[in-house]
Design a binder for this molecule. Structure first.
Ligand code: AMP
Ligand code: FE
Ligand code: FE
Ligand code: ZN
Length: 288
């Protein structure tokens, strides 16, 4: 009680090798520290496997860790990413859903590789070689395998070419609807916030009617300051957030060398971090 519960600047969206970042959790924390951050959330896709290592690293550097995750969901054809903070990592229902998504991601990645291998020299072993043990598998690992094969220069080129759905190799993976995702996170004591909610491209933002439904289910807010959000979309979501008194965040979505995004390129205000901490009841922030 009393005193500072954390210190900014805060970046609440970073990835490690436990999903599709390129550094172990400790390396992510060190990179964040080098960029001047004092509070971070590790938000690997569909897993909490990096929490313990990240907590060790933040503690030894005098930083605060907000345990988090980026939960995969989808609405119709749209992929929807739900950032979840301070949920109970042992909640059975949420765990079951995370396991189901991660399991299905493996078969899906194999299907994508099989499709690609009709036209390019790429094998499943190439992808396994790029994936650290137990990590949540995604297209970024296939991208790394394509780079290793010399077929593309980097992840960005892979996503713009072979991995783009228009090329015909893409396969979807299982993911719950956003309503289910929000409900599960809330039931686990967590704070759900839609990641990069307004990317460029026609109709890629969730319809406002769906967003209103999510708010009624306990959606806590939006990640507004993110390099993939459009200016128009940000304005619209800021309005909705103000009307419903929601939390708004800013973050980097750092993936190590896997994306140009750098720790701290966007940050979340102390006030908003405090609201997330107040609202989360499934686990506690890890303070130095
Ligand atoms: P998946 O969930 O397997 O379909 O892969 C999507 C993931 O790929 C996202 O979480 C992003 O982090 C990553 N990603 C998307 N576009 C790019 C890009 N242009 N360069 C690098 N990584 C990307
Ligand atoms: Fe990612
Ligand atoms: Fe995302
Ligand atoms: Zn992310």
């Amino acid at each position: 009680m009393g005193g500072r519960r954390f210190e900014g600047p805060s970046d609440l969206h970073l990835h490690s090798l436990r999903s599709d970042g390129t550094e172990p959790p400790e390396g992510v924390v060190q990179s964040a520290h080098r960029h001047g951050l004092r509070t971070i959330a590790l938000t690997d896709h569909d897993t909490t496997a990096g929490w313990a290592e990240a907590a060790q690293a933040t503690s030894s550097l005098g930083m605060t860790l907000i345990p988090g995750m980026e939960l995969s969901a989808k609405h119709e054809w749209r992929s929807v990413h739900v950032l979840a903070y301070l949920f109970d990592p042992d909640d059975a229902a949420l765990r079951a859903e995370m396991d189901r998504i991660r399991d299905d991601r493996v078969g899906r990645a194999e299907r994508i590789v099989r499709n690609i291998s009709r036209d390019y020299d790429l094998t499943w072993d190439d992808v396994v070689a790029q994936t650290s043990h137990g990590a949540t598998v995604g297209r970024p690992h296939i991208a790394d395998a394509l780079v290793a094969r010399g077929l593309v220069r980097d992840r960005s080129e892979a996503f713009d070419s072979i991995l783009h759905p228009r090329e015909g190799y893409y396969e979807p993976h299982y993911a719950p609807g956003p309503e289910t995702a929000v409900r599960l996170v809330v039931a686990a004591g967590g704070v759900p916030i839609i990641a990069h909610p307004t990317p460029a491209g026609r109709g890629r933002m969730l319809p406002v009617s769906v967003i209103e439904r999510l708010i009624a289910l306990g959606l806590a807010g939006f990640e507004i300051d993110h390099r993939e959000n459009t200016a128009d979309g940000k304005r619209l979501l800021r309005d909705i957030a103000a009307r419903h008194d929601l939390i708004v965040t800013g973050s980097s979505d750092y993936h190590g060398l896997g994306k140009p995004n750098l720790p701290g390129e966007n940050t979340t205000s102390d006030e908003m971090v405090a609201r997330i901490i107040e609202r989360g009841s499934g686990t506690s922030p890890v303070r130095a």
